[in-house]
Design a protein around this ligand. Structure first.
Ligand SMILES: NCc1[nH]cc(CCC(=O)O)c1CC(=O)O
Length: 444
């Protein structure tokens, strides 16, 4: 008497020989379930389905297009019997038992060493489901329910700061509308860049510090997408974690914020600003000013400002607007006064290579994408991804891109600024062309 429930076992079948007798619908389904686990499959059947033939053409399995012979299973580790001849099935079962192979006869639950499970995969998880040979309808229903749970959520990884969360919520709001059948979740985490607050970023390793932990969550499949301020992203992103969408751009300008209640910039106190890019450009505007580094997230910096440590603070308009703090802005610096950081105001959505992110199609913004590619190509060419004070700002004007860039030459401490126009079709070529031109000018 057989036990009424079978034990689930997760077995490495990658080098095992599995012989399938029969080439119909059941055989096909089982072969397709097994193939992703990379066994050696041999199908024996005078006639097989088109799908099996296709798999044979792709060299994913071997087919013997003929009747079964007992030699076929002599070196089989597992035998799956699925012909529509019950007597033949029973005969194959007896031989397989004698040979000591694992055997399953699809049409006869009594003649099975194991049940063939329904398989649900969500890497790295493998879920096998089995109705103990009884309730097929119930098993199919349960399988659907499990699949819905497994594929039900889209999880967004984000830094913990208020601004990062607001930015992630912008994507979540979109996803809730675009994919109403899915549950949209947020996974927040502290990054190394958030933990180290006593040194300027340039000294502790630059932009990568804000993305490492988020990358790890994506790789480990604890999240499905990461939302970043594009300007905080390194120029080279790992191949397995590509940027899958650029958002519509928020105001790209840098701005001045004064302490609560003040209406002029008090230059007897330092201007709070950690970015070499901003300092380099603002020195021209405020030759008598002192600049002092200020770290921490936007709200922390504003607190320091209001506590009287600084005469003013330079921040990105985009962050303040998203935080609902537009009213704190005292002055906007136009891009021809202070060239913004590459990507400033644009959100980058990062995903895992090989996954289907077609649901981001309407989040992705054409102008944002063109500007992002152009500005980042400029900075990448100048190798200024980490800490050197490069700046780039691209806008679409008619059927052209207008790019403004700043190149800083480490060796001489000199910088050059220039502009160039290029085709909408090829934003990266324009970025590289302006970078080359500015290098030539710096050298000539
Ligand atoms: N380095 C921090 C950071 N990263 C992105 C933004 C603002 C939002 C954006 O540029 O998209 C800010 C704050 C700031 O520079 O004031």
């Amino acid at each position: 008497m057989k036990n009424n429930a079978f034990f689930p076992l997760f077995v490495d079948i990658s080098e095992k020989k599995i012989v399938v007798i029969g080439g119909g619908a059941i055989a096909t389904r089982r072969v397709k379930t097994l193939l992703p686990f990379a066994p050696q499959i041999v199908v024996v059947a005078p006639e097989v389905t088109g799908e099996l033939e296709e798999l044979e053409n792709e060299k994913k399995l071997t087919i013997f297009h003929r009747e079964y012979q007992r030699e076929d299973i002599y070196d089989a580790w597992m035998v799956l019997v699925a012909t529509n001849d019950p007597k033949l099935n029973d005969g194959i079962y007896s031989v397989a038992k004698c040979l000591g192979a694992l055997v399953n006869v699809a049409s006869n639950q009594e003649k099975c060493d194991f049940h063939f499970p329904g398989v649900i995969r969500k890497d790295p998880y493998v879920i096998g489901i089995n109705g103990s040979g009884k309730d097929h309808k119930g098993t199919a229903e349960l399988r659907k329910q499990i699949e819905a749970v497994v594929n039900h959520t889209i999880c967004i990884g984000s830094r913990e700061s208020r601004l990062a969360v607001i930015q992630s919520e912008m994507l979540m709001d979109y996803l809730k509308k675009e994919c109403p059948q899915k549950e949209i979740r947020l996974l927040t985490m502290k990054t190394t860049g958030d933990k180290i607050l006593d040194r300027t970023l340039d000294k502790v390793g630059g932009k990568g510090l804000f993305v490492k932990e988020l990358d790890k969550a994506l790789i480990d499949r604890r999240s499905d997408l990461s939302v970043h301020s594009l300007k905080d992203m390194p120029m080279e992103v790992p191949e397995e974690l590509p940027i899958v969408a650029f958002s519509k751009r928020e105001d790209p300008r840098d701005v001045l914020v004064l302490p609560e209640g003040a209406d002029t910039l008090d230059l007897t106190k330092p201007i709070g600003c950690s970015s070499q890019r901003r300092i380099l450009q603002l020195q021209k505007m405020y030759p008598e000013a002192m600049f002092q580094s200020v770290r921490g997230n936007v709200l922390t910096r504003l607190k320091k400002l209001d506590d009287g440590e600084y005469g003013g603070l330079i921040l990105a308009a985009a962050g303040l607007k998203r935080l609902g703090l537009k009213n704190r802005i005292s002055r906007y610096y136009e891009p021809d006064e202070v060239i913004p950081a590459a990507g400033q105001g644009i959100l980058a959505v990062q995903g895992r290579q090989g996954e289907d992110y077609s649901y981001l199609e309407h989040f992705s913004d054409r102008e944002g994408t063109i500007a992002a590619l152009c500005e980042r190509a400029f900075v990448r060419y100048l190798d200024g991804g980490c800490s050197s004070p490069v700046a780039a700002h691209a806008v679409i004007e008619g059927d052209e891109i207008f790019l403004r860039g700043l190149y800083y030459q480490e060796s001489t401490g000199k910088h050059t600024i220039g502009t160039m126009r290029g085709s909408l079709e090829d934003p990266e070529t324009l970025g590289v062309a302006l970078a080359k031109k500015l290098i030539r000018e710096a050298e000539g």
